[in-house]
Design a protein around this ligand. Structure first.
Ligand SMILES: Cc1ncc(COP(=O)(O)O)c(C=O)c1O
Length: 497
């Protein structure tokens, strides 16, 4: 008797008796073995499968106990006849006979689905942002330190840890932001997060009540507008225009003086790239103080300023009003999923509680590795190194765009820092369509228009810097130029200006 599926025993996985009983059970359920059918003798089956007779006996005994098989003295072992009364399991139909009832999605589900579409990870090709390849990847020190730290007691398996983060990492972060960003804090104010995205989420959970208003830059990172839209704050989101000096604070005051929170990217407006001027910083702080409002400072890539020094943080000017969010995604690598929120002391318990309800805390072992990486000076060295690399990649990209993309098709937003550039397209262009055409051509870009409030969108593309080579950048810019050229011809969509 042939039992085709019995051939699938995995010897390397062990427990052959269990495997055999599972395979026989499945064969009976699928109807390959019919009720009343006689099975080969244990001796025969054992030799055809190349297992011991004991293994087959073990499987048979198990299935007899479960009622799948029955044994009669001298008459061998059969599939239990009683199984013929059992309802037949229908093989799932390949074609659905009737259309399934449409799934009714909640408004939030629809918003989350849209976020998933917009945040679908890009392949590691130009111009996916912060792809740590080649010279921008952390060097061997990261791997060595990881191995060493994980072997130590502190990073070995343990119980639940502090939702605020392991003390060694909090101290290292407090020291780092004090030195590099003029942030005023103690380690007790540092909350280790799984990246700025979580810091934004925690801030929304902690700082906003249901009917509160929140200022958000226009345009802004989809990671903040997406949170507000999907957590019941769509109507409370006040989009404050951004001009060459950053968020227009006077406009914000005119639109919603009593807003509870302002979400800003003061070091490097996302996505446009200008810093918030000193006058605007003072105006923002004056508004926050006058209203008892909070400022959430998203400082996602300030380490990468190529001319002069990074701007000091807003937090340093008003530690009692500002929640400062930082991340290791840009400067180290995004899959690390570690960042930090630095919050006024009074907010620490609330942030910790909110964190517990999301995922308790970040993996402790990774936190220890990062703490050692910072303490031993590797982070500072890495930043010095990648700053030079990105400055060089940036110059190369700017030159390649000037060379291959005609300025009447697209032009760059000026700026002097960060890991991305914005390439504007003329009025009337559909940047989402262009981004999908570029992806088909092997070039990864993000459209800018979804970052604006409706009615105010401008089309453009975000081009990220990674550790790409000159050749990769040149090839990608040429492909993008071709995409833009043929899109302009086929659709007859030409820039207005
Ligand atoms: C403006 C801004 N904020 C926050 C984030 C989220 O970063 P993280 O990877 O730390 O969650 C990003 C990532 O691109 C960003 O551009």
């Amino acid at each position: 008797m042939e039992l085709p599926s019995i051939g699938k025993l995995d010897r390397s996985a062990g427990q052959l008796g269990r495997q055999l009983s599972r395979l026989l059970r499945e064969a009976i359920r699928r109807g390959e073995l019919k009720p009343g059918e006689l099975l080969p003798s244990t001796r025969h089956l054992a030799s055809s499968l190349g297992v011991s007779r004991g293994t087959v006996l073990e499987a048979f005994e198990q299935l007899i106990a479960e009622g799948y098989l029955e044994a009669q003295a001298g008459a061998g072992t059969r599939v239990a006849t009683a199984l013929s009364d059992a309802p037949q399991r229908r093989t799932p139909a390949r074609h659905v006979d009737a259309p399934a009832a449409p799934v009714r999605l909640s408004t939030r589900a629809a918003a989350f689905g849209e976020v998933a579409r917009q945040f679908a990870p890009l392949p590691p090709v130009p111009f996916a942002v912060s792809v740590p390849v080649g010279p921008t990847a952390p060097d061997d020190a990261w791997r060595r330190l990881g191995n060493r730290t994980r072997a130590l007691r502190a990073a070995a398996p343990s119980g639940y840890d502090d939702p605020q983060g392991v003390p060694a990492l909090r101290s290292a972060i407090a020291d780092y932001v004090r030195r590099s960003r003029s942030v005023h804090c103690t380690p007790e104010q540092v909350i280790v997060t799984s990246g700025t995205q979580q810091g934004l989420y925690l801030s929304c959970q902690v700082l906003l009540d249901a009917d509160d208003l929140a200022w958000v830059e226009d345009p802004a990172y989809r990671g903040i507008t997406g949170i507000l839209e999907s957590t019941g704050h769509r109507r409370g989101m006040v989009r404050v225009p951004v001009d060459e000096a950053g968020m227009d604070v006077e406009a914000g005051r005119a639109m919603a003086e009593r807003a509870r929170v302002a979400f800003v990217t003061p070091s490097h407006q996302y996505p446009l790239g200008m810093p918030l001027t000193m006058a605007r910083r003072n105006a923002l702080l004056a508004w926050a103080r006058a209203n008892g409002s909070w400022i959430v400072e998203d400082d996602y890539d300030s380490e990468l300023r190529y001319v002069g020094h990074p701007f000091p943080s807003l937090q340093g000017l008003a530690p009692d009003r500002v929640v400062y969010l930082g991340t290791f995604s840009k400067i180290l690598f995004p899959s690390l999923r570690l960042g930090y929120a630095i919050v006024p002391q009074a907010l620490v318990p609330a942030f910790c509680g909110a964190r517990v309800l999301i995922d308790r805390h970040s993996p402790s072992a990774d936190q220890h590795v990062l703490a050692a990486f910072i303490d031993e000076g590797h982070l500072d060295r890495h930043i010095r190194r990648v700053r030079l690399v990105y400055a060089d990649r940036r110059q190369h990209l700017i030159a390649a765009i000037a060379r291959w993309i005609p300025s009447e098709l697209a032009w760059l937003q000026p700026g002097d820092q960060g890991m991305h550039l914005v390439l504007w397209l003329g009025e009337g262009w559909d940047d989402q369509w262009i981004a999908s055409l570029a992806m088909e051509a092997g070039v990864a870009v993000r459209p800018v228009s979804p970052m604006y409030s409706s009615g105010n969108a401008r089309p453009g593309l975000v081009l990220g810097l990674g550790g790409y080579t000159d050749e990769q950048i040149d090839a990608a810019v040429k492909k993008l130029a071709k995409v833009l050229g043929s899109a302009a011809r086929t659709r007859g969509v030409f820039p207005a200006g």
